[in-house]
Structures are given as structure tokens and as C-alpha cells.
Design a protein around this ligand. Structure first.
Ligand code: DAH
Length: 357
């Protein structure tokens, strides 16, 4: 029996010393496997007389059981330690600060459209959208472009092969003004919307690309007048450039407004730099006017009851002027060096309280 006690303490020692599951399995086989030390002793039972065999057999069975329990306990301890170790190394520290600059960035055009939307939404405008592919009615006819009028040609329209129900070719919209039409057809005044997005004209040089971006504004109710239009655009342009900007309004012509005007901003050149808001020169920025009564009627409203103003301007141009990018074609060349240089942090939303840019 002393032998058994010694054997038990040896084998237990090996089991408890096992540092991983493989070593534990080796210890288990050495003790309890077919050729393990306990199994070998069991084989000797056959040579004993019945009384001795009974006693020794019971003692060996009990020993086998205790060793099996010891293996189970050790296995559990090892598995638990392994799990704890994984939990410790795979832990995510949620209190770590976020990376100050995310990998991706916001394209200047997206940033500027966001800035524009923030300013107009403060003034009570809502944002509307329309399709890039338009029909002749929404892009031209409803906006009071007479058939075959030269104004249609100044738009350098991309015509598609597909036609509308009257057989006129569909077009890539040449301006965001069709969203005016869609809005008036679908919403009862008062209306106060801006619409931003892609527009298309067959044109390409330093300040023109075949695809560019516009913002359109439309206000329709019963009492809005030209004074409101001027105040709205003056407010907008100073908020956008984040400084006082002196402006002037010049008479102009658009088919969809009467009277029509263009708004210029004061600017000066200093070397390569263009400074908006000061200086002796004027730069045209926005087209605008009182919505033509024909347009109001074409959109199913009574021009004797309703009136209002509209305006439209190029987003890319405003981005170039504010952020100093000299060539419009670079905007859409998808050159990652340019994008890296001019992009905006993705996690900082423009707002009027802390500044737009
Ligand atoms: N649609 C004009 C263009 O693309 C811009 C414009 C001018 C829009 C005057 C307007 C407006 O709504 O009133 O050149």
C-alpha cells in the first residue's frame, strides 16, 4: 500500500505539473493509458489470491478514479487559464481616444455642398433632389425656354438616345433648375428649397468640366419680393466665405426669371491668390431673379396668387474660390495626391456655431 501512496503522489505530481493540454494528456497516458503504470498494476491482479485481489483491486480502482478526477480538474484549470489569457490580450480598450484623422477624407465638393446646405437650412430651406437624367419638359420647356431658342444651345446639352413620351430625346440635366419644376408640381406653397447635385454640359477647360455641380434655390409664396432675394443671397455669401463680402446685382437675362440678375462679389488678385470680399474687381457668382409667371403657370400654380425668387450657382467654382484650387479638372481626375492634399476630415461636420471649415 505504501507503494500505491508513492505511486499516487508521483502521478498526481506529473498531472498537476502539466503546463498545457498536450503535457496533461501525456501524464494521463503515462498513468491511466493501456500501458500506463496503474493499468500495469491492474494486470498483476490476476496472479493474486482472491482475498488479496479483492483488496488490491478496490484500492487500484479508487486510485484510478482519483487520478481521473485530478486530470479533469487540471484540464479545467488549464482551459480557464487559456481563456483568461485570450480575454486579456484580445481586450478592446473602449476608452482610447479616436484617431484624430480618419483614413478617408471628404472631397472638397462634398464639403462645400454640406457647408451650403448648413447655411440655407439655418434660413429655413429644406433640401430636395432630382434625377440626373431629365426630359425636355423639366429641363427646358417648363422653365420657359422657347422651342429652338438660342438659350437651349448655350447649354451645350448632352442628349441621350432614349426619348420621352413625346419623342424628344432625354438629356443629362444641364442645370439643377428642373428640381424647381418637380418641387412646384408636387408641393403646395409656401416653398423654400435648395437642390444640389451633378449637372452636365459638353465643355472642358481650366474652369469647366463636362460634369460639374450646382446649387439651386427656390422660394415661392404670396409676398416674397426682390428685396428678400437680395437679402438672402447677401447673407449666404458672407456666411459661406466666413467674412463680410461686398456684392452688387446686375441686370441679366434668364428665360425662367423676370426680372433676372447676376450677383457679383468684390475681389482682388494678389499674385496667384484670389481674395474674395475686397479689392477693385467684380466676379460673377450667382444667377437669380423673380420666378417667371410662365414657369409658375407651367408648374400648375396660379401666377396671380403666387410669386417668388430663384437662384443658381456653381458649387465647384465656390469651392475653388474658398479653398484656393486653381484648376477645376483636378477635382475629378481621381489623383490620390490631390485628394490627400485638399480633402476634409470626415468626422468634423460643418456647422455655423463652430465655423464651416
Ligand atoms: N440655371 C442657371 C444656369 O445653369 C442658373 C440659374 C440662374 C438658376 C438664375 C436660377 C436662376 O434658378 O434664377 O446657368
Amino acid at each position: 500500500m505504501d507503494d500505491l501512496d508513492k505511486l499516487e503522489s508521483d502521478l498526481r505530481g506529473e498531472i498537476d505539473a502539466a503546463q498545457d493540454l498536450r503535457a496533461l494528456d501525456d501524464a494521463r497516458i503515462a498513468a491511466l493509458g493501456k500501458k500506463g503504470r496503474v493499468s500495469l498494476m491492474m494486470r498483476e491482479l490476476g496472479q493474486m489470491d482472491p482475498e488479496q485481489r479483492k483488496q488490491a483491486g478496490q484500492a487500484l480502482n479508487a486510485l484510478r478514479q482519483r487520478l481521473e478526477d485530478a486530470v479533469t480538474a487540471r484540464r479545467q484549470a488549464l482551459e480557464e487559464a487559456h481563456l483568461n489569457e485570450r480575454l486579456a490580450t484580445e481586450r478592446a480598450d473602449v476608452s482610447l481616444p479616436v484617431r484624430p484623422r480618419a483614413q478617408g477624407g471628404v472631397h472638397p465638393v462634398s464639403q462645400v455642398m454640406e457647408e451650403i446646405a448648413v447655411i440655407f437650412s439655418e434660413m429655413g430651406f429644406v433640401v430636395r433632389e432630382g434625377p440626373d437624367i431629365e426630359d425636355d419638359f423639366h429641363n427646358f420647356t417648363a422653365l420657359n425656354f422657347p422651342p429652338d431658342h438660342p438659350a437651349r444651345e448655350t447649354h451645350d446639352t448632352f442628349f441621350l438616345e432614349e426619348t420621352d413620351k413625346d419623342g424628344n430625346p432625354l438629356v443629362l440635366r444641364t442645370h439643377t433648375s428642373p428640381v424647381q419644376v418637380r418641387t412646384m408640381l408636387n408641393q403646395k406653397p409656401p416653398i423654400r428649397i435648395i437642390a444640389q447635385g451633378r449637372t452636365y454640359r459638353c465643355d472642358s477647360d481650366q474652369t469647366h468640366t463636362p460634369m460639374f455641380h450646382q446649387t439651386e434655390g427656390l422660394v415661392i409664396d404670396k409676398a416674397t419680393n426682390m428685396g428678400h432675394l437680395k437679402g438672402c443671397l447677401m447673407e449666404f455669401i458672407s456666411a459661406y466665405f466666413e467674412r463680410d463680402v461686398e456684392v452688387r446685382f446686375r441686370p441679366h437675362h434668364f428665360p425662367f426669371t423676370e426680372p433676372s440678375a447676376e450677383m457679383d462679389v468684390r475681389y482682388e488678385r494678389a499674385g496667384d491668390e484670389i481674395r474674395i470680399g475686397q479689392g477693385e474687381d467684380w466676379m460673377e457668382i450667382v444667377g437669380c431673379g423673380m420666378v417667371h409667371p410662365n414657369v409658375i403657370a407651367n408648374c400648375g400654380l396660379d401666377p396671380k396668387e403666387y410669386q417668388g425668387f430663384a437662384f443658381g450657382f456653381g458649387v465647384d467654382r465656390l469651392a475653388m474660390l474658398k479653398y484656393g484650387m486653381p484648376d477645376l479638372r483636378d477635382f475629378f481626375a481621381a489623383d490620390s495626391r490631390w485628394l490627400k492634399h485638399y480633402n476634409f476630415p470626415a468626422l468634423i461636420q460643418p456647422n455655423l456655431a463652430t465655423g464651416l471649415s
